[in-house]
Design a protein around this ligand. Structure first.
Ligand SMILES: [Zn+2]
Length: 255
């Protein structure tokens, strides 16, 4: 009897700690940088809640990695990214923002012509935690239609801006035919101030099936452009091959 009481108290205590921990993490996440150590913890928490999110792919040890770029197209940075990808003969995935697609259709056409994959990153890059289901649908659908018009397909993958979403967001994306993809590691990080540091951090985190997030728009991305060749070369030296997300997911052990 006494043991049962102790066990019960332990359970309640553990529940309180876990409950408190999670709510604190989620509150902090609203103010934290996009790829802090803290947000890494949050991915794990979120992933346990929703198994539908893709943050990496089990390639059964095969050294494949996907490079993905968010927030473009942007005339300041997208051409530079495309040039680097061409130089290394790499195909990547661009999660584009609908309103930028409308402003820069030529850049999106170039991405398509050069064999890259397009993903849906909403129409206006909102915080989807505070958007209604109706607005979320409009954000996803509008961009899907733009992609369909330009490339003949609405794309396979959706990524919520700044990885902020509600449970319903993922269900809505799924209804529109998208798998929701986050990332394994982000190139831009508050702790790494130079391209060398950025590259070292990404290369240090290398593992088969990793999804790398970089950005080609919205803010100053010149450091990213400088880090990119170092990241590519560093991972290629380790035997990694870069593929689009569609190929990476297709190569997954589940398929
Ligand atoms: Zn974004």
């Amino acid at each position: 009897m006494k043991q049962a009481k102790i066990l019960l108290l332990l359970f309640i205590g553990l529940g309180l700690i876990l409950g408190l921990g999670k709510s604190q993490l989620l509150v902090l996440s609203a103010f934290g940088p996009e790829d802090s150590e803290l947000s890494k913890v949050i991915y794990v928490v979120e992933n346990n809640l929703t198994e539908k999110l893709i943050t990496s792919v089990d390639t059964d040890g095969k050294k494949l990695a996907a490079l993905s770029f968010d927030d473009g197209p942007d005339p300041l940075y997208t051409p530079g990214v495309l040039e680097i990808l061409k130089r290394y003969q790499i195909k990547a995935t661009f999660f584009v923002v609908g309103e930028s697609v409308e402003a820069q259709p030529g850049l999106v056409k170039k991405e398509i012509e050069e064999g890259h994959e397009l993903g849906n990153h909403t129409y206006s890059h909102p915080d989807l935690r505070s958007e209604s289901d109706f607005k979320t649908e409009a954000e996803i659908h509008k961009t899907g239609q733009l992609l369909q018009k330009l490339s003949g397909t609405k794309g396979h993958f959706f990524r919520p801006p700044r990885r902020l979403y509600r449970k319903e967001t993922i269900a809505i994306a799924e209804r529109y035919g998208y798998k929701t993809v986050l990332w394994t590691i982000c190139v831009e990080n508050s702790k790494t101030k130079t391209p060398e540091e950025m590259a070292k951090r990404v290369i240090g985190a290398a593992r088969p099936g990793m999804i790398i997030l970089a950005h080609d728009g919205r803010l100053d991305r010149s450091l990213t452009l400088d880090a990119l060749p170092m990241i590519i070369e560093g991972l290629q030296e380790q035997g990694y091959e870069f593929v689009t997300l569609e190929k990476l997911v297709g190569a997954g052990a589940d398929n």
